[in-house]
Design a protein around this ligand. Structure first.
Ligand SMILES: *[C@@H]1O[C@H](CO)[C@@H](O)[C@H](O)[C@H]1NC(C)=O
Ligand SMILES: *[C@@H]1O[C@H](CO)[C@@H](O)[C@H](O)[C@H]1NC(C)=O
Ligand SMILES: *[C@@H]1O[C@H](CO)[C@@H](O)[C@H](O)[C@H]1NC(C)=O
Ligand SMILES: *[C@@H]1O[C@H](CO)[C@@H](O)[C@H](O)[C@H]1NC(C)=O
Ligand SMILES: *[C@@H]1O[C@H](CO)[C@@H](O)[C@H](O)[C@H]1NC(C)=O
Ligand SMILES: CC(=O)N[C@H]1CO[C@H](CO)[C@@H](O)[C@@H]1O
Length: 588
């Protein structure tokens, strides 16, 4: 890698700008004149896109923070603090993606589209917060893709979108022009686009982004960028047109949240990990690689959140996605909205194992994983992430299968206390049997419900796994019915709950009380038993520390249906028709 001074690069930038022109936007000479000259002594280490992408692996997203609307702090995170990035770095992450929404920060309209300087300064400061810690950083224009930059809106003024997009990137570019080569840029997040015509408009935005970078001066003409096709989905990469006249080293970025039903808690899909499931993910990732055999690739967002997913299924998905990306030389950056994983208030990962799995997979170290049901048509979902014991029942021996992936069992422990093989547990092949004598220290007929202990399972290599011992009873709702029209207009319905086990809803079946007809997605009658008639996490149901929640949308659907509707809340362990459920009826 060569060091290049500000002056040399400024010249390079001017040359490249002189070669292009921007129709309708005032010509290139004027823009060039406005380009930033970096202070003498500022240095920029030339770096190829592949070097940046390789060094940035793995990355973490500062999600729902500077991208929040209307302002940083408006969503579920306070303004970013350096200590959060300390945690991220100490955990092994090499880069951060810093999504930024500008929509609410414009202080003038056409044609200047001036961005509030205070906001630009904040973006600059946050970028420095990352790079001063040695983290690679990539920033973008984020949720503007839902607002003024949506090229798919029927009345979209493409000229104005282009004008505003160029003006925005010229200002952002100037703000970040003299940052080091640790900083990369990305034009826009998940820009909607469904047709070749939309893709053409988005390809133009890519051109304008590059043009604005060249015109903004500083080191921007040599800065690494990532570009994307519509929506950043693996399924639309064929719409992407490669710019042919660019000076920037570039990579492709895409996002991956698939399979959709599993990742987003849709239709009761809580099972994942069959050979077919894994093959489908591998095929998606291979599509991106095979379209860009000669281009570095960033998977800029992926996540299977601990908020609602069954852990063994989630860990398998994480391991598979990161490992497959690793085999395809794709760098991954985990999305984190502030609740998905890192607790920014405490600096603790809510699911440390997902982070550790990522770190090992990136190094190519094989992880052993808790096994769980993979057959979507099963009527009971087993998982080696837990031992569940129902109150009123004596605990017995429990056998839990693991996916060893070539490793062997090394030890089991609760905290610092190492368990004794034969006395506390036995091993047979890839299964561990926790003995009744051990489990009965924590679980049993008369034990109060709750999480009782976590058993750490260590292997000859890779990250340790965890078995959580949970005593449970059917959770108790504070009430069992109410009138839909009594829910205040515009509000969701929160029903206080005594969890009496895990603080987590697995799925919710939503059906008319009188005839059992499904309120939403009637076609789910064709799905397996554990999925029929189940609603969607966030869209229809949710939960927090002490409530289960029916969303406004689902309350409205009940009112519109004119039928009393029963909500069957299901918890882990999931089993068809086992009665381990809590029911709530919304009356019309
Ligand atoms: C590159 O080519 C595109 C398409 O011809 C054009 O719109 C754009 O302005 C050019 N960019 C530069 C930096 O010259
Ligand atoms: C579209 O945007 C351009 C640039 O801002 C503006 O000059 C033009 O009047 C707009 N057209 C309409 C129909 O609003
Ligand atoms: C390229 O991507 C498209 C989807 O966008 C896919 O249909 C096609 O098979 C991919 N090409 C290769 C060579 O994988
Ligand atoms: C076990 O670990 C989970 C997080 O994975 C945590 O929520 C729970 O409190 C732990 N249980 C105990 C008894 O420490
Ligand atoms: C809903 O249930 C209430 C209470 O059981 C009953 O009085 C009412 O008739 C039911 N409404 C409909 C539309 O079935
Ligand atoms: C897993 C589990 O404990 N399932 C229980 C759910 O409740 C029924 C009784 O309603 C029990 O028979 C199941 O064993």
């Amino acid at each position: 890698m060569k060091l290049q001074t500000a002056t040399a690069l400024a010249i390079a930038a001017v040359d490249s700008v002189a070669a292009g022109s921007l129709q309708g936007l005032g010509g290139s000479k004027k823009r060039t004149a406005c380009g930033v000259s970096c202070p003498s002594g500022s240095q920029f280490e030339l770096i190829s896109a592949q070097e940046w992408i390789s060094a940035a692996n793995p990355g973490w997203n500062v999600g729902n923070t500077l991208d929040a609307l209307p302002n940083e702090g408006s969503w579920n995170n306070p303004p970013l603090q350096g200590s959060t990035l300390d945690t991220v770095k100490a955990s092994g992450y090499k880069s951060v993606r810093i999504p930024v929404t500008y929509t609410e920060h414009f202080i003038s309209g056409s044609p200047e589209w001036k961005i509030n300087p205070t906001w630009l300064q904040r973006v600059s400061d946050v970028v420095d917060m990352a790079t001063s810690r040695g983290l690679y950083a990539i920033t973008n224009i984020h949720h503007d893709s839902w607002a003024w930059a949506d090229v798919t809106k029927s009345n979209a003024n493409q000229t104005q979108i282009q004008e505003r997009f160029y003006a925005s990137w010229l200002q952002i570019g100037k703000t970040l022009a003299c940052k080091s080569s640790l900083v990369a840029l990305e034009p826009i997040n998940e820009a909607p686009g469904n047709s070749a015509a939309d893709a053409d408009n988005l390809n133009k935005l890519n051109d304008l982004f590059l043009k604005a970078l060249a015109d903004s001066g500083g080191f921007n003409a040599k800065r690494v960028v990532t570009l994307s096709g519509p929506g950043m989905g693996a399924d639309k990469v064929h719409f992407f047109r490669r710019p042919t006249n660019m000076t920037n080293p570039w990579a492709i970025q895409f996002h991956y949240y698939s399979p959709y039903d599993f990742i987003f808690g849709v239709w009761g899909k809580t099972v994942w990990g069959s050979e077919a499931d894994k093959a489908a993910v591998a095929a998606d990732l291979a599509i991106v690689r095979n379209n860009f055999t000669d281009v570095p690739i960033l998977l800029g967002e992926f996540q299977a959140a601990q908020t609602h997913l069954e852990p063994a299924a989630r860990w398998k998905w994480f391991d598979h996605v990161v490992r497959t990306c690793q085999s395809l030389s794709i760098t991954t950056a985990m999305w984190d909205n502030g609740e998905d994983n890192l607790n920014r208030a405490t600096g603790l990962w809510r699911d440390r194992l997902a982070v550790d799995i990522t770190m090992a997979a990136v190094k190519g170290v094989a992880n052993s994983l808790a096994d769980s049901t993979v057959d979507a048509s099963a009527t009971r979902q087993e998982t080696s992430a837990y031992v569940f014991n129902r109150a009123g029942i004596d605990v017995g021996d429990r056998t839990l299968p693991f996916i060893l992936n070539g490793n062997t069992f090394k030890s089991l422990a609760v905290g610092e206390t190492v368990l004794e093989e034969r006395r506390d547990y036995t091993i047979a092949g890839s299964s561990v049997t926790l003995k009744q004598s051990f489990l009965s220290r924590y679980l049993g007929a008369l034990v109060e419900p709750g999480t009782k202990a976590n058993v750490t399972v260590r292997f000859s290599s890779g990250v340790p796994s965890q078995i959580e011992l949970v005593q449970w009873r059917v959770p108790l709702l504070a009430s069992t019915s109410s009138l839909a029209r009594d829910v205040p207009s515009g509000s969701e319905l929160g029903i206080p709950i005594e969890w009496r086990g895990l603080h987590r809803v697995a799925a919710v079946k939503i059906a008319a009380s009188v005839d059992g007809a499904y309120l939403v997605d009637d076609w789910t009658q064709w799905l397996p038993e554990l999925q029929k008639g189940r609603g969607t996490y966030n869209s229809h149901w949710n939960f927090d520390n002490n409530r289960v929640i029916l969303t406004r949308a689902v309350v409205d659907s009940v009112i519109a249906s004119g039928k009393n509707t029963t909500f069957i809340f299901e918890f882990f362990p999931r089993e068809v028709g086992n009665g381990n459920i809590s029911e709530y009826t919304l009356l019309v």
